[in-house]
Design a protein around this ligand. Structure first.
Ligand code: NAD
Ligand code: TYD
Length: 350
């Protein structure tokens, strides 16, 4: 029996990882540690919350004493670390929070793992989930590989880059059995509607303006979240210690083309005349330090561990739109309260 800690398991990607591990590995005990910030929601895990091999612990990774006690009590065999402040726009308005959670929180987890595994490191694993944004911004050509140098531009990516460096430093200095992966933009169910795809689905449905930053020419590489969770499963079990794996969809879209596609699909699903939702597109001031293009080369993961994305983007996007249209109550719950305040600060005052 293995006991695995998943941090940030009530968030978007974390909830998919927890669901996959709890259902696929009934012999594992999966402990989900989450602070339940605005982005964490236990409703994301309703379908598996009563499984005997699942436990939720509410807590803050920034609290080093609490983390150390939890590790001493639970004696985890593995850690899959996803807890983070994850939204670039929020990192521009409040960078310090990102240093606390993403940097100090990660170091607290590393210290605790190092402490409990020092005498018996065999079979243990600290898996740190990171982003392609640490590599910076690409021009029209090329892709990020595992060898690309770090060049973060936003406070979010700078904090994630810092945490990646700490994980590698603990591997090199203390022999901590760690692995890192850097993934491209995820989309799918249970994503908080402050990120592009769920925000725009929600706005199209409610006939609200679609705030496109700059000219909409920035390019992102989109991966279905369940394919990311599958990659995490593969890397956690078979990835080589001390290595980095890039995860991506080979699926680049300019924001404006992606938004037009979403409008088209939603016109059809909402029985609107073709072209109706596109009228909601509103160009707004560009994001500060806005990276032009991300593109991930995931050859290493594909060749060494045999992972490939399972879904074509158009199919995944349709599935995602269907999910948000069918789960209005979930959207209403997560967008009540503080969300309105955030939305006004982010968009209305522009
Ligand atoms: P998310 O914001 O949806 O979820 C983050 C979770 O972490 C939430 O449940 C939140 O409550 C929890 N959390 C935040 N601060 C915490 C703290 N101090 N202590 C304990 N829990 C805390 O984020 P996500 O999109 O699911 O991203 C998960 C991870 O994957 C992050 O590390 C992110 O950097 C990385 N990542 C995300 C993407 C993406 O496209 N979303 C792409 C690549 C990598
Ligand atoms: P986002 O989902 O915030 O992910 P990231 O910044 O981590 O890539 O944004 C995806 C792209 O969409 C990015 O280029 C910024 C752009 N964007 C908008 O144009 N308008 C918006 O309201 C948001 C949230 C994002």
């Amino acid at each position: 029996m293995k006991k695995i800690l998943v941090t940030g398991g009530a968030g978007f990607i974390g909830s998919h990882v927890v669901r996959l591990f709890v259902t696929k590995y009934p012999e594992y005990k999966v402990v989900n540690l989450d602070k339940l910030t605005y982005a964490g929601n236990l409703a994301n895990l309703k379908d598996i919350e009563n499984r005997p091999n699942y436990e939720f612990v509410k807590g803050d990774i920034v609290d080093g004493d609490f983390i150390l006690k939890l590790f001493e009590q639970e004696q985890f065999d593995g850690v899959i670390h996803l807890a983070a402040e994850s939204h670039v726009d929020r990192s521009i308005s409040n960078p310090t929070e990102f240093v606390f959670t993403n940097v100090i929180g990660t170091v607290n987890l590393l210290n605790a793992a190092k402490h409990i595994w020092k005498d018996k490191p065999e079979g243990k694993r600290f898996y740190h989930i990171s982003t392609d944004e640490v590599y910076g911004s690409l021009g029209n050509k090329g892709m990020f590989t595992e060898e690309t140098g770090y060049d973060p531009h936003s406070p979010y990516s700078a904090s994630k880059a810092s945490s990646d460096h700490f994980v590698r430093a603990y591997h090199d200095t203390f022999g901590l059995l760690s692995v890192v992966s850097n993934c491209s933009n995820n989309y799918g169910s249970f994503q908080f509607p402050e990120k592009l795809i769920p925000l725009f689905i929600n706005n199209i449905r409610n006939n609200k303006p679609l705030p496109v930053y700059g000219k909409g020419e920035n390019i992102r590489d989109w991966l279905w979240v369940e394919d990311h969770a599958r990659a995490i499963d593969v890397i956690f079990h078979r990835g080589k210690t001390g290595e980095t794996y890039n995860i991506g969809g080979h699926n680049e879209w300019t924001n404006i083309n992606l938004i037009r596609l979403m409008c088209k699909i939603m016109d059809r699903k909402l029985n609107r005349p073709d072209g109706e939702s596109e009228k909601l597109i509103t160009y707004v001031k560009d994001r500060a330090g806005h990276d032009l293009r991300y593109a991930i080369d995931s050859t290493k993961l594909q060749h060494e561990l045999g992972w490939v994305p399972s879904l074509q983007f158009e199919e995944g996007l349709e599935k995602t739109i269907d999910w948000y249209l069918a789960n209005e109550e979930w959207l209403q719950n997560v967008t009540s309260g503080d969300y309105q305040k955030y939305y006004e600060q982010q968009y209305v005052k522009r």
